[in-house]
Structure formats: C-alpha cells, structure tokens
Design a protein around this ligand. Sequence first.
Ligand code: CP
Length: 310
Amino acid sequence: MALSTRHLLGIKDLIPEDIQLILDTAKQFKEVLQRPIKKVPSLRDVTIVNLFYENSTRTRISFELAEKRLSADTINFSASGSSVSKGETLLDTVNNILSMKVDMVVMRHSASGAPHFLAKHIPAAIINAGDGVNEHPTQALLDAFSILEKTGSLKGARIALIGDIMHSRVAQSNIYLLTKMGAEVTVCGPPTLIPKYIDQAFNVHVEYDLKKALEWCDVANVLRIQLERQNTVLFSSLREYNLVYGISKKLLQSLKKEITIMHPGPINRGVELDSDVADGKQSIILQQVENGVAVRMAVLYLLAGERNSY
Ligand code: CP
C-alpha cells in the first residue's frame, strides 16, 4: 500500500484511505516503540532535514526522534542563528541544503503556504510541520490516533474543538481529518474566534456555550489562545476568557458523563485549561505527545517509499 501523495502538505490533500494507512502504520510503529530495542533500519541511507523557521518543542523533538528510530540521517536547521538573518531566501537556503544530498524536508514556517511553495520548486519530499494559520497535518493525525485509542472508532465519534478556532492550524487540520473519517465535529469558542460560515464551509456544528459543547462531545480538544497571531483585540482579557471558556475540574464534574480532554500544547495553564484538568485522569495530553512519535514514523516511512531519486 502507498499514499496517494508524495508530500504531506495538509490533510486537505489526503483521501480517507491515506489517513487510514497512516493510522494503521502508526499502530505498528507504536508496537515497535514498546520493544526494548526501539530502532528499526527502515530509513537507513535516507537523509532528512528538519527546517524550523518558527519555534517548536513537541513537533521538532518528535520528528527528530521518529527519524532516529527509523535509522535516518538527520540535520536540524533553525532560522535563528542561520544565514536567513543575512537576507538569504527560503528557496536559496533549501537548495543549498539539498545540494548536500538531502532526501526529505520537514518544515515549520510562520507563513501559510511556505511548504506548498517549496514543493513546487524542489525535488525532495516535503512534510508540513505547521504553516502559519493553515495546517498542522501530523498534529491532526496524532490527535486522531489518540482519539481512536480512546473511542475505538472515528466514525460517529463526537469531537468538540474548543477555543481559538480562527487562528489555529491544528483546528483546520483536525476538521479536515475528522470530517473525512466520519466523525461529528463541533467548534466552540467566543464568536470573535470562530470564522463566519465555518459550519457551511466545513460541515461542522457551531456552539458558543461551552457547557453545551462539553455535554455533547465524547472528546474535547482544547486549543491554545494564539495571542501572537491576533493583531486586534478579540476578547476583553485572559481572565474573562478563562471565566467563560476555561475548563475547570468543577465544570467537568458537573457534566452528566466523563469526557476525554486533549490539548496539542503548549498549554496556557489557567487560561484554556486549569492545571488539575490538564494533569487530571480525563486528560490524555501526554499520550498525544507519545503517539506523535509513532505517527511521524509512519508518515516518514510511507513518504520515503514514494521519494524520487535525484
Ligand atoms: N503541538 C505543537 O505543534 O507543539 P510545538 O509548537 O511545541 O511543536
């Protein structure tokens, strides 16, 4: 089995069979990661550059670990401390790196569409590790893998995406993935943080009342308030946001059922989630991070099978 694409630029471009193949392959790699020897030779002689133009903790470490577990050769590039500060363009930087015989590029960039631009101009396979407010496909895949572990099926699962939907690439990738796989999705947050007409454009429900959204869902994926992407005042204060849209233990205990809490990280503790919820028994936040390695191994492995030699 092979993916229908040679890059992973976004979930938008994947067919449901691609998503299923990645999730099934990730399950096998998760088993590998339980073994005493966690390394397999699958990507020996494959060279991967991790090109990060924007900060990251989880995604960067997770990709690097996934590459090492697959025995790939890896190079890490950060825009800070590089010749980008001397005015070198993205394309020049990447072409210089590729001339050293690199097969795959993992890329995070603050500009939406940056990996799509690269894919048009270079022969290496590109994996989008988050581009601006557009997509974060491997986050959505690891979220789906974690939901599957919890619920057993994506089809018919009720997932609420809570918070800053407007500026969240995680929300967009989750919506594409979950709706393609037959889950029901509700987005919930302040009206100023939910794009107009999202229900018609994406086949999701919109709910402005947090308690109603939590009563409805099986899983709540709670998103970070992305203050760095907001160039106007969209709510009065973080304190007020927490009062209306923050999830507390008391709120969870007031629901008629026990729901699962997810968050892609980094968490603004005391804003979108209280600490006793983030660290509580209903939270699978650290399992999401653990699953990220297996999911990224699956993506790298499947795309390496598709790579052109050059
Ligand atoms: N979830 C996520 O993308 O986290 P990082 O920004 O730390 O990679």
